[in-house]
Write a protein that binds this ligand. Structure first.
Ligand code: ZN
Length: 191
């Protein structure tokens, strides 16, 4: 991310942001390691429903494979947006997004709309949701928990965009306690 920019109002499409957060959290993460719920036919359908996966139909292996690639591109952006990896991840995202054809169109009321005209519709809907959040300035609110044992992705609703943990109770406190102990230790060793 180049800069956090001026504060923008809350996300324009909270449902899209929440659905994206769920897709990112389908990856294996946390301690003990959670399984890949995108690979599980019992859960992948529900995860992708907000992106147009038809009810009662399991996503095809091709669709899952494309989404897993997309998910790791997006995770690289969420995990460390400032790093060199982040730049490469935007480039990879651009490359993988090129499998999906989008067209700019205008509605009868003069609104502008990016519409998918080719490629996998569910993969396209995920890319469109990311594009929407980037455009409205809320993409940088999607972040990974600073507790490395957790790294759960969450949506940061704070004005300052400084929330570090998905849950202050389970992750924030523990980190604070660890930081406090480390400070106490270094004070003790300094004297
Ligand atoms: Zn956490």
């Amino acid at each position: 991310m180049v800069s956090s920019g001026t504060p923008k109002p809350a996300v324009q499409d909270p449902a899209a942001a929440a659905a994206l957060v769920d897709v990112l959290n389908s990856r294996p993460h946390a301690t003990p390691l959670l399984p890949d719920t995108l690979e599980d036919p019992a859960t992948s359908g529900d995860l992708l429903r907000p992106f147009g996966q038809p009810e009662g139909e399991s996503p095809s292996p091709e669709r899952i494979a494309q989404l897993k690639v997309l998910r790791s591109d997006l995770m690289a952006l969420v995990a460390d947006p400032e790093s060199k990896d982040g730049e490469q991840a935007w480039a990879r995202l651009t490359e993988h997004a090129s499998d999906v054809d989008l067209r700019q169109s205008f509605t009868p009321t003069g609104q502008v709309q990016l519409r998918q005209v080719g490629g996998d519709p569910v993969v396209g809907a995920v890319i469109l949701a990311v594009a929407q959040l980037v455009t409205d300035g809320t993409w940088s609110r999607i972040r990974a928990c600073a507790n490395t044992l957790c790294s759960h992705v969450f949506y940061d609703p704070t004005r300052s965009r400084t929330q570090r943990w998905d849950s202050y109770e389970t992750c924030g406190n523990r980190t604070n306690v660890a930081a406090h102990r480390a400070r106490a230790r270094s004070r003790a060793s300094a004297t």
